[in-house]
Design a protein around this ligand. Structure first.
Ligand code: SF4
Ligand code: SF4
Length: 291
């Protein structure tokens, strides 16, 4: 069984095997499976909800890895998906990756447009890469473009401020501070500003995945998105909070009745707060929400 070749044949663009002890895990090997994707051309005028290309790609990669791991286990190999392992500090110690001021890792052939599936195995698979002792610094030279383009102001001279990153708030299930909520634009999940502006990335060429706001606010069933982006990202309260903010940001007056209903009836505090913020935003353009 040639695990590296098998995973490449499945569609992973790069597979690296690391010694487990040097990565601080119990298993003998950590296997990093890099899955590339095509970035989407930004569409800030789109009035429905936009999904960043990373998330469907990560779901595809997850499924490929899951199927392969099952196959390996049936063949007697002690291997598992280990996506709970935080690999940022490991990536920052790998010489073949560059590091951006925006905290992202960059592959020379793919820029930051990749997802990593993480496998842990107890098997003497040949090691292909060795982490350096220390994390290397950002490779950005004098460039500060992502700092200028970040809508939240998360990339600051002295480092990265997680609480100013839009993605942080999209994931944590809470209502973001209002100034950040208004800067979400039409993003349902993911923010591309610090990647799209980056000279270390190839130009975006894909078409964004767009979900109608009506589907989200009127008849959301998480199974419809779970298949595309994974169950955790498709959780109803997270999606509905973000969808409410998009309705306000994109001046969707046609969503007023749905926002009003969610503001009053949702069982989630974050959704109620997001609906309230969106209604206030829409009311800057329309007198009270009388339909
Ligand atoms: S993901 Fe968006 S908000 Fe977060 S650092 Fe990058 S540009 Fe800023
Ligand atoms: S935009 Fe410039 S500063 Fe930001 S990660 Fe890319 S190269 Fe580095």
């Amino acid at each position: 069984m040639n695990i590296v070749q098998d995973l490449r044949d499945l569609g992973f663009l790069r597979v690296e095997v690391l010694d487990g002890a040097s990565c601080g895990i119990q298993e003998t090997r950590l296997i990093l499976c890099f899955f590339g994707y095509e970035a989407d051309i930004p569409c800030p005028e789109e009035r429905d909800a936009v999904i960043h290309a990373y998330y469907p790609a990560s779901q595809t990669a997850y499924r490929l890895a899951r199927t392969y791991v099952q196959h390996c286990r049936e063949a007697g190999l002690d291997i598992r998906q280990a996506n709970e392992i935080h690999i940022k500090s490991i990536l920052n110690r790998l010489a073949f990756l560059r590091r951006g001021r925006n905290t992202l890792a960059y592959l020379p052939e793919q820029g930051s447009r990749f997802h990593v599936q993480i496998l842990a195995a107890n098997a003497e698979i040949p090691v292909t890469a060795e982490p350096e002792a220390e994390e290397h610094p950002a490779d950005c030279g004098s460039c500060t473009r992502c700092r200028q383009f970040c809508p939240g102001g998360a990339i600051q001279e002295n480092g990265f401020v997680r609480e100013r990153c839009l993605r942080y708030w999209m994931m944590n299930g809470k209502m973001p501070p209002e100034d950040l909520a208004f800067r979400m634009g039409n993003r349902l999940i993911g923010c591309d500003a610090c990647e799209n502006c980056c000279p270390m990335n190839p130009p975006a060429t894909g078409r964004a995945c767009v979900v109608p706001l009506k589907t989200l606010l009127q008849e959301y069933d998480d199974t419809c998105l779970a298949d595309k982006i994974g169950h955790n990202y498709a959780l109803p309260n997270r999606v509905l909070t973000q969808a409410c903010l998009i309705a306000g940001n994109m001046n969707r007056q046609d969503m007023l009745p749905d926002l009003k209903r969610l503001e009053q009836e949702s069982g989630s505090e974050a959704v109620r707060q997001a609906a309230h913020a969106a209604l206030r935003r829409l009311n800057e353009d329309a007198d009270k929400y009388i339909i």
